[in-house]
Design a protein around this ligand. Structure first.
Ligand SMILES: *[C@@H]1O[C@H](CO)[C@@H](O)[C@H](O)[C@H]1NC(C)=O
Ligand SMILES: *[C@@H]1O[C@H](CO)[C@@H](O)[C@H](O)[C@H]1NC(C)=O
Length: 193
């Protein structure tokens, strides 16, 4: 009887440790981010929405990567501390669930944003996000070309009306001369004088 019981306990222990190990492998840390790829325009804001879950209080770190550049944006532990890099301090908004808001986007902000979640045990997991930042130059150019076209139309209209006015003036002058025909003598007299 005792023998059997011992085995039972051992079985349970093995089962438990296997379960724990599997949990560990599967990652007790979960990072849920609905949108991994975002596109914004210069001067707009972006919100990297994530929901982080793990055992204990997570340490959240956001890193920016683009080409050879890799820099830490900020590190925080919800309710414990928040450490945002000086370059980003005015533009970054940290959230308890790991989300990060970045405002007043610049062209150089385009790249990869990686969130790294570290548990108190030291385990960590990360998730990448892609941000594409578009220039607004194209719209400016379109606006410029439209105004140039409007100006050209206006100039054309002005030229046309001036030409019409000129024609009308000439016609009036000619008509007046014709009207004055009977008084040609007057003109003659005048010229004689
Ligand atoms: C994280 O929290 C922010 C603010 O409370 C919320 O707007 C956002 O939807 C949350 N993200 C997720 C994935 O739940
Ligand atoms: C904040 O982060 C910077 C760089 O990531 C680090 O050098 C500094 O020691 C940190 N400060 C605190 C109070 O953790």
């Amino acid at each position: 009887m005792w023998h059997f019981r011992l085995w039972d306990i051992q079985d349970v222990a093995v089962f438990l440790s296997i379960t724990l190990y599997m949990c560990h492998l599967a990652g007790a840390i979960s990072i849920n981010s609905p949108q991994r790829s975002l596109t914004r325009s210069v001067q707009e804001d972006v919100f990297f929405s994530v929901d982080v879950a793990c055992i204990g209080i997570p340490t959240i770190q956001w890193t920016f990567m683009s080409g050879a550049v890799s820099r830490t944006i900020g590190t925080w532990q919800p309710g414990v501390y928040t450490n945002i890099t000086v370059d980003y301090s005015s533009r970054v908004q940290p959230y308890r669930n790991g989300s990060m808001g970045l405002s007043d986007l610049r062209l150089q902000d385009g790249g990869y944003y990686v969130i790294t979640v570290t548990e108190t045990t030291g385990n960590s997991k990360d998730a990448g996000h892609v941000l594409k930042v578009n220039e607004v130059l194209y719209e400016d150019l379109q606006y410029l070309s439209v105004s140039a076209l409007a100006l050209a139309c206006l100039a054309g209209l002005l030229m046309l009306s001036m030409w019409l006015l000129d024609k009308a003036y000439r016609k009036i002058v000619a008509w007046r001369r014709r009207k004055q025909m009977p008084g040609k003598t007057n003109v003659k007299n005048k010229s004689v004088k």
